[in-house]
Design a protein around this ligand. Structure first.
Ligand SMILES: [Zn+2]
Length: 491
């Protein structure tokens, strides 16, 4: 899809004009008299009412569509993203692949540069579809949107909004693609290849720890989970550095490229879809690329522990004990609670080696988080108020909203083991929190937050600017969080 600016209407095919539904008397704002006349006649003949999603008519042989958009109180940016998304939906429904958008109405309402970016972002994000494995016949059935022209006298602001929205969307699309790819394509090695390629194009430095180095670093959590697999384990490290950086932030993403559950095997129905268990790793990489593209004044280090969780003959068994890289011993009571084992090693390793001002991990970690929060919020657990506030604010700005769960000490009792320091699950009660309590044994001394995206990493349907499949959650959220943390004065 090409999104471009133009000063004058070309009136080639179709023109779109937005109408805000809250207005008592429907009114449309455009600099084109003919379109105002057309709109008023549609209202008079009741073809347009504030409750219709769109209405259209013809003016000078051009089809003109009036599209409603709704304000969402307290979430200004989301209003604009949804307005952009509604345009794409109508284009797809009506099989329109080329359109000119009259920006006069939106300019009368758009309050800031950021709102304009969000409007463009809503359009671009909605145009995503993962078609890598569709044959020609299936591809032909799809409406592919070719051109959107934004008609406006303001060239500079429009081009700026388009460029910035593209920057954000490109990194989100990279993460969506990684998660949507099946596990016979994305494994620990191909993940590293693809992430490295993106990093190198941005002058982000990368290091990869292989089995030998992981053994030397005593990363027995990662090695233990990998024991039943044919694919080797990897720790992917990517670093973005700025000479005038004010903060160093560590981002750790869970990279289980497929989760069978290991010896505590998942039932078939729950196993389908487990290619998405590396959505955290995809999110931190996508966020790092965006942070680099936004040229933020921070040092950011990304760690992705990568492996699949399989049942090969060397696989660990329930009840086995692992000594993790910081010396803590873990009784693995359930091999399907593997994500926290690889995250624990990566967090302990990263905090010790890089001594960051803030550490954040993100993971498709617990089914319990889906039960607690559903698809509309990511679980947040943290030991630091400044970091919590940055994540909550960034969540509201990007509409990748997060919700804080308590980290009371008493929850830790659920993960006491009889034969080791801790065990890797705390039972059904508060499963999301006890997983975070487990991770807290590996983040001592650090200002740290944990994000559980078990339910927000996937959309079950095409919904506004999300397509069915991977959402790319975390990319924009983490980049915005880092942007906010850069300006935090006291640490
Ligand atoms: Zn699992």
């Amino acid at each position: 899809m090409k999104l471009k600016h133009t000063v004058n209407f070309i009136k080639k095919h179709t023109v779109a004009i937005f109408v805000k539904v809250e207005k008592e008397e429907p009114k449309v704002c455009t600099f084109n008299e003919e379109y105002i006349k057309l709109f008023n006649s549609l209202v008079k003949d009741k073809y347009y009412t504030p409750s219709t999603p769109f209405a259209f008519g013809f003016a000078s042989n051009t089809r003109v569509i009036f599209i409603t958009y709704r304000e969402m109180k307290n979430y200004m940016y989301e209003t604009w993203k949804n307005a952009g998304a509604s345009l794409i939906k109508i284009m797809k429904d009506l099989h329109i692949d080329d359109i000119e958008v009259d920006m006069a109405e939106l300019f009368a309402e758009i309050a800031s540069e950021e709102s304009y970016i969000q409007f463009c972002l809503g359009m671009i994000l909605s145009s995503y579809s993962f078609d890598n494995y569709l044959g020609d016949k299936r591809l032909k059935e799809k409406t592919v949107i070719k051109n959107i022209l934004l008609v406006s006298g303001d060239k500079k602001d429009t081009e700026n909004a388009i460029a910035k929205a593209n920057q954000i969307a490109n990194c989100i699309f990279w993460a969506r693609d990684m998660v949507n790819e099946p596990s016979n394509v994305i494994n620990s090695l191909t993940f590293v290849d693809r992430a490295k390629k993106q990093a190198e194009s941005r002058k982000i430095t990368t290091t990869v720890l292989t089995e030998k180095e992981l053994k030397a670093a005593n990363m027995n959590g990662l090695l233990g989970v990998n024991a039943g697999s044919k694919n080797p384990p990897r720790l992917f490290i990517a670093q973005y550095k700025k000479a005038r950086a004010k903060k160093h932030i560590l981002l750790v993403g869970k990279g289980i490229t497929f989760d069978t559950g290991g010896m505590s095997l998942k039932p078939a129905d729950s196993m389908l879809g487990m290619k998405d268990d590396m959505a955290g790793a995809a999110a931190v990489c996508g966020a790092l690329f965006l942070i680099s593209d936004m040229n933020l004044d921070a040092n950011v280090t990304v760690l992705c522990p990568l492996t699949d969780n399989k049942t090969g003959s060397a696989a660990i068994n329930p009840g086995d004990v692992l000594k993790m890289c910081n010396g803590v011993t873990v009784e693995v009571v359930n091999t399907d609670a593997e994500g926290r084992l690889i995250l624990a090693d990566a967090l302990a390793y990263g905090i010790k080696k890089f001594n960051p001002d803030f550490a954040i991990d993100i993971a498709t970690l617990t089914g319990a988080c889906s039960i607690a929060l559903g698809r509309n919020a990511t679980g947040l657990m943290s030991n630091d108020e400044v970091l919590t506030k940055a994540l909550v604010d960034a969540g509201n700005d990007t509409y990748e909203r997060v919700w804080e769960l308590p980290m009371f000490d008493e929850y830790k009792e659920q993960i006491r083991s009889d034969i080791a320091d801790i065990k890797n699950t705390g039972g059904r009660l508060a499963g999301t929190i006890t997983a975070a309590q487990f991770l807290s044994c590996f983040t001592e001394g650090a200002k740290w937050a944990h994000l559980d995206i078990a339910c927000t990493s996937i959309s079950e349907s095409d919904n506004k600017y999300l397509s069915k499949g991977a959402t790319g959650v975390g990319v924009y959220l983490l980049a915005k969080t880092v942007e906010k943390l850069v300006d935090v004065q006291k640490v």
